[in-house]
Design a protein around this ligand. Structure first.
Ligand code: DGY
Length: 316
């Protein structure tokens, strides 16, 4: 007799190859596309022992309490700010994430955005397509990277890889994080404002959540100054969006390149009105290679959990 398959609630949409593998191993209940989210938990999904999800879909306390047999929340993300970790801890629910496998791609997009906003790459593309080059001549001069300082907020795996890429462009590195790190060849700044004042580019690579919510406010943007650029590949919640829009309107900073937003997938209309803003659809980890690896790791954590083995990447 075959063993019964574990029941899993899928809160988010995943790439088709990840969903196919998940469905080949488990009985998957699709909360993501369920028309009636309340009735969903009165049906067979109530027997689920696992939840799989990614940002920005919330795995909140109510959702967890709807699943009395919940044992594990396996995330398809490194940042787990969309999971109520306090409830998980209280309930003894294991939470896992997908670190390491996405580090390079997120750092690549961060560096790409820094380069693109500084060298007007997206603006230049629009300029040519709109037929402005023959009519108006050269586009405005852009800003060189060599010799400039990149200030990295969050000097973990992604922040450090971003630093390596920036060094290859001849940039100096400064950082802010919870504490100064020994043995790193970069200048530590004790506050985001101090870092912003020292930086030409402020790049956000830190976790989201209550601790970093609106850490980048008007005072930090003013410290970055009219020649400074903001790049965000962390979480939208780290930036006070209203302050960012006001700072852009006042030319208090030079520009911003954003992969993440406070209310994804909605992007505030005023941001789209600035030529010196680049917006992206939260896809820093969105390469075929990285998303494949994230799916494999998310599923491997489930497989190990249900086999009674230690999961590979628990969130502390
Ligand atoms: C992550 O891994 O945290 C990405 O931002 C996807 O949400």
């Amino acid at each position: 007799m075959s063993e019964s398959r574990a029941e899993v609630v899928r809160v988010s949409a995943f790439p088709p190859f990840t969903t196919a593998k998940l469905e080949s191993l488990f009985t998957v209940h699709d909360y993501h596309s369920a028309a009636d989210k309340t009735a969903f938990f009165r049906g067979p999904a109530a027997a689920a022992r696992a939840v799989v999800a990614t940002a920005p879909d919330s795995v909140n306390s109510a959702l967890m309490h709807s699943l009395p047999g919940l044992e594990i929340v396996s995330c398809f993300a490194v940042g787990v700010d969309f999971v109520d970790l306090a409830t998980a801890r209280q309930r003894g629910v294991v939470v896992t994430n997908t670190p390491e496998v996405l580090t390079d791609c997120v750092a690549d997009l961060g560096m790409g955005l820094l380069l693109a906003i500084s060298r007007r790459i997206v603006e230049g593309d629009g300029y040519v397509r709109a037929g402005r080059w023959p009519r108006e001549g050269d586009i405005h001069l852009s800003s060189a990277l060599r010799g400039k300082t990149v200030g990295i907020v969050g000097f973990g795996r992604i922040g450090k890889q971003l630093a390596r890429r920036a060094e290859a462009f001849g940039m100096r590195i400064a950082y802010h994080g919870r504490s100064e790190q020994p043995d790193v060849d970069a200048t530590y700044c004790a506050s985001p404002a101090e870092l912003a004042a020292a930086a030409d580019y402020l790049v956000l690579c830190c976790p989201g959540g209550a601790e970093t919510r609106h850490m980048i406010d008007r005072s930090v943007l003013d410290a970055l100054g009219p020649r400074g650029f903001l790049v965000n590949v962390a979480r939208g919640s780290v930036v006070d969006t209203d302050s960012l829009i006001a700072a852009l309107a006042d030319s208090a900073i030079a520009g911003a390149a954003l992969d993440v937003f406070e209310d994804e997938p909605n992007v505030p209309a005023p941001l789209l009105g600035f030529d010196n803003v680049i917006v992206q659809p939260h896809h820093a980890s969105g390469t075929l290679e990285t998303r494949t690896a994230m799916g494999e790791l998310m599923i491997e954590n489930l497989v190990r959990h249900f086999a009674g083995e230690p999961v590979l990447t628990p969130v502390d």
